[in-house]
Design a protein around this ligand. Sequence first.
Ligand SMILES: NC(=O)c1ccc[n+]([C@@H]2O[C@H](COP(=O)([O-])OP(=O)(O)OC[C@H]3O[C@@H](n4cnc5c(N)ncnc54)[C@H](O)[C@@H]3O)[C@@H](O)[C@H]2O)c1
Ligand SMILES: O=P(O)(O)OC[C@@H](O)[C@@H](O)[C@H](O)[C@H](O)CO
Length: 382
Amino acid sequence: MSKKAIQFGAGNIGRGFIGALLVEAGYELVFADVNEAMINELNEKHGYTIHILDLDKREIPVAGVSGCLSNSPEMSKHIAEAEIITTAVGPNVLKFIAVNIAAGLEERAKSGAGFLNIIACENMVGASSHLKEQVYTHLSDEAKAYADEHVGFPNCSVDRIVPPFKGEGMLDVGVESFFEWIVEEPAFKGEVPQIEGMKLTDTLVAYVQRKLFTLNTGHAITAYLGYLKDLPTVDKAIEDESVRKIVRDAMEESGAALVKEHGFDADEHAKYIDKIEKRFRNPYLNDDVSRVGREPLRKLGPKDRLSGPARMALDLGLPIDNLLTGIAAALHYNNPEDKQSVELQASIQEKGLEAAIAEATGFTEDSGENAKIADAYESLKK
Ligand SMILES: NC(=O)c1ccc[n+]([C@@H]2O[C@H](COP(=O)([O-])OP(=O)(O)OC[C@H]3O[C@@H](n4cnc5c(N)ncnc54)[C@H](O)[C@@H]3O)[C@@H](O)[C@H]2O)c1
Ligand SMILES: O=P(O)(O)OC[C@@H](O)[C@@H](O)[C@H](O)[C@H](O)CO
């Protein structure tokens, strides 16, 4: 019998990275999504093409996949049969899919199914643990006891830039050639699945923070400064010397904090930053600054890519001026098509800048950091 995997979220990273690795590893893969058109297309075509958008331009076919609406009754049956579930739906959507996953776990508990591991592949520290909490709020005591024994929720770090892409078919996806997926080995239940491209570690927090506080920090600041200067894509924004300098200096500030906090080798970390800057420069990706800057309130949150490294560096007594400028740039993000951007601008208008900064970042109104962010905000206006 073939082994089954479910990928919640048939979006960019679901189709362009994690789903493809699962198929390559021999799983029968079901994509679960709320997008009906996407599910219909998956069930009609059963495959798609991944386009590598890099100097080594190539195409990789993915075949034998299917789709299922994530809130349909069939979902529980798939979950009851699965050996692994991965997600890439966005951190704020985890609470919604938790309901679907809990329904499937109730079925597994009744049938006495074997081990299952659920890995949330989101840009968030501790995404799988967060999903576990959400799932448990919907479980009966019997299913909780079953899940305690049989269901693992390993956290992970997931890295591959997957931009908006227009291919021949709606399922086609464009990706950079680089990828990295690091998963917390001790949290697996039962045998660890053999998946080429999935690296295992027992010190995950360091890796999640290294990625979120370097790549995503630099990416977000590039996007917000680019948006302010009417530069439409990440590669165009990073070409601008004034943008590049702030982005680079901010990644070096977060880098100094990461090296001190987690003991990374400083020279290796400098190379890591160089490689990330090179990835931002990839002209084939055409990555929209509005995708990279999406949901600014999430990105400004105290533990996320802007305030998170600033807080870490501050606690370690290290400089943070460029990280604070990055926060200020995010506060300027005014895109009527992004719900959180509209909320952010309304918050600044209604509560005043300092109160809005405090609410979004956790830097209180009486703190020096709040004042520096406000100053940087005013300077960026000019
Ligand atoms: N695109 C990237 O470069 C990239 C890289 C690493 C990590 N990530 C992370 O992966 C996650 C997804 O990002 P993306 O770029 O693929 O976004 P996306 O918008 O392309 O895909 C998200 C998918 O989730 C689906 N979805 C929404 N609600 C759902 C629900 N209730 N049930 C099932 N599916 C639902 C959407 O329909 C969509 O297909 C995010 O957490 C992101 O931070 C993205
Ligand atoms: O997905 P978000 O909104 O958390 O962040 C936007 C981008 O920075 C992100 O998707 C990167 O492309 C990705 O994290 C690269 O691995």
